[in-house]
Design a protein around this ligand. Structure first.
Ligand code: AMP
Length: 302
């Protein structure tokens, strides 16, 4: 089993009511890969700049993530995102986005990464997601995430790539924005009408909902007293969700497998928010994940 991911590999500057960091490892692909690495064999595709050092690569490699397709661009700078959160930590405010090396990136996957059974098109330019989708000839199950910036600036390309994949994971505001449907159920159906058979609505501190042709499932987020930085929660959710499916060999997942995956996604997101950037997920172990899955069972049992 193997799971290839393309998405941003970034330096993030983040301010929340609980502190501030000027430069930390971030990006959709980094958060995703670390979370998924607890469940399956993960391979990251994307460019970094000269400023991306052995320390950052080491974080991924220490988790067994393949970095063979991380291309280091001489003279280039790594993708940079600056954002902040006010007291409503469900809403990220973007202060600066610099695509840097992503602006001219042309993806070329090595054979191992093309052959991976599962592919995640993490948040990045939709045109790039589409190129990677076309390169990944072995992918039997493909999922995608995106964000308001791309819905506003590259909607046609985003809709085109959505029509070529199996599963869409977006937060509820993005689903409404993309479909112009205020109701989440109707919005999910509108996405399914484009092609995907599975839609996951991420709802921040309110949990996540799953829509398939014949099943609807919703779960709460774990009530956590210590939420320090929500950056990357959505990608950690996706990493737990898809990592679990790939690790279980579920490339045509049943409704039951999808529900199990929702719990793993929720567990990984709940860890991610407990500390800045990747700090919490990078020091996690399997026992903690299993205990949190059990905590979700307790939370929802009646
Ligand atoms: P999320 O899981 O939605 O909180 O994603 C947070 C990550 O998305 C951060 O680590 C940022 O580096 C990354 N990010 C922010 N804006 C963009 C963008 N326009 N394209 C790709 N990645 C982004």
């Amino acid at each position: 089993m193997a799971l290839t991911v393309v998405g941003s590999i970034a330096f993030d500057a983040v301010r929340t009511p609980f502190g501030e960091r000027e430069r930390m490892l971030g990006g959709s692909a980094s958060h995703f890969a670390l979370a998924a690495s607890f469940f399956t064999d993960v391979r990251v595709v994307g460019p970094v700049g000269e400023d991306f050092g052995p320390e950052e690569i080491g974080v991924l490699e220490a988790h067994g993530v393949s970095t063979a397709d991380i291309e280091r661009v001489e003279g280039g700078s790594t993708f940079f995102w600056r954002g902040h959160y006010d007291h409503d930590m469900n809403v990220a405010h973007t202060d600066d986005t610099r695509l840097n090396v992503f602006a001219d990136f042309v993806p070329k996957l090595c054979d191992d990464n093309r052959d991976a059974e599962m592919l995640f098109l993490g948040n990045i330019q939709p045109e790039l997601q589409r190129q990677v989708r076309a390169e990944a000839r072995g992918a039997r199950f493909v999922a995608l995430d995106s964000m308001n910036l791309w819905i506003e600036t590259a909607k046609d390309a985003l809709l085109a790539v959505i029509s070529e994949i199996d599963c869409v994971l977006l937060n509820d505001a993005e689903l409404r924005m993309l479909t112009a449907e205020p109701n989440l159920v109707v919005a999910a159906r509108a996405i399914m009408a484009l092609g995907p058979s599975i839609v996951v609505a991420k709802r921040g501190e309110y949990g996540a909902a799953l829509f398939t042709g014949d099943d609807t499932f919703a779960m709460p987020a774990l009530p956590i007293a210590e939420v320090r930085d929500p950056t990357g929660a959505g990608d950690s959710f996706a990493g737990g969700f898809l990592g679990f499916l790939d690790g279980a060999g579920a490339h045509s997942p049943s409704n039951d497998e999808l529900r199990q995956a929702m719990v793993r996604g929720s567990a990984m997101a709940s860890f991610n928010v407990e500390d800045f950037g990747t700090d919490r997920v990078r020091r996690l172990d399997r026992d903690e994940i299993d205990a949190r899955v059990a905590a979700f069972k307790d939370l929802t049992h009646f």
